[in-house]
Write a protein that binds this ligand. Sequence first.
Ligand SMILES: [Zn+2]
Ligand SMILES: [Zn+2]
Length: 391
Amino acid sequence: MAIGNWVSRNIDELIAFRRDLHENPELLYEVHRTAGKVADALRAAGVDEVVEGLGKTGVVGVIHGQSNTSGRMIGLRADMDALPIIESTGLDYTSKSPGKMHACGHDGHTTMLLGAAKYLAETRVFDGTVIVIFQPAEEGGAGAQAMIEDGLFDRWPCDEVYGMHNMPNLPLGHFTTAVGPNMGAVDMLDITITGKGGHAAAPQTAIDPFPALAGIIQAIHGMSARSVDPFEAHVVSLCAIEGGNAYNVIPQDLTLKGTVRTMNETVRDHVEKRLQDIVSSIASGHDCVGALTYTRSYPVLVNHEAETHFAVAAAGTVAGADNVSLDMTPTLGGEDFAFMLNKVPGCMINIGNGPSANLHHPEYNFNDDAIGWGSSYWVTLVHQRLAATEI
Ligand SMILES: [Zn+2]
Ligand SMILES: [Zn+2]
């Protein structure tokens, strides 16, 4: 049966699965229910091997093709976690866990890959092995890295790996991606400026950390504008400030939190070094002690050239070449699939979610009409990359 017909026959079940996940969102590594449902569905579909608990709560399914003369293996990856957001969609399957919400469409990603896994396990018209990877903790927990460290690619040495994310306001049935770096590295800043607390009416007896803080904020913005090549995309955003709680007390210390996004490792190193210099030297110029903890989180997401063309070819077969673009505008948003692409050649593609609220917005919802497009893309990619040999 062609994948299109299979989707038409199974779409109600897939939508019900997606809506059940939507109603029961789970955060980070706590995706126990979701992972359990995925593993049960894979087993029920006759997937050859189902491994749970990889990278704490990740799930891997292994599907053998009707032959394996190629000896090749490809990985397809979806993410399962939700976000700490209070949902305001008003849907009849709205989150039953207030403060948790599938606001990034990972309920849809999981469902599209599950649909493809079911079809592939049922039909097996391919030559080689497919690994379906369902990861926890994409939203800030580096679940992809946890699965890799737990042996994902040692146990299943994939030749290629592919990911997919929905994109609001890209029309349904459209796909977009780009070769090379197209999502930013994500780093965290924690700055502490320590002075000496005292009476607000006698500042000469204290060391006020506020002037140092003001200088540091200005210098960071100046650094960004003046010391980084204007053609290098990057951003430093200061997002939280803490310290002091009275009208008449100079606080002992102040803290500042923020994020740095960069598109290549050289700029990343440069920005980290400049920030360290700025924080310590400006603080000491004000007789304070400045400390910066710079935490590297997700790396730059870099799509490999050949695999990106394979992904685009598969999407073009499903959606028509005119509906697939290879000129996606890069974003400084992060995506932990970058960890997988640093290990195995592959590509992250974006699938149209149609008109919708943006990702991470309390009114966002994954579009069920994208499920068929997404499952068909996965299956077509497998059929093209692991083309069945004539029997
Ligand atoms: Zn997200
Ligand atoms: Zn996401």
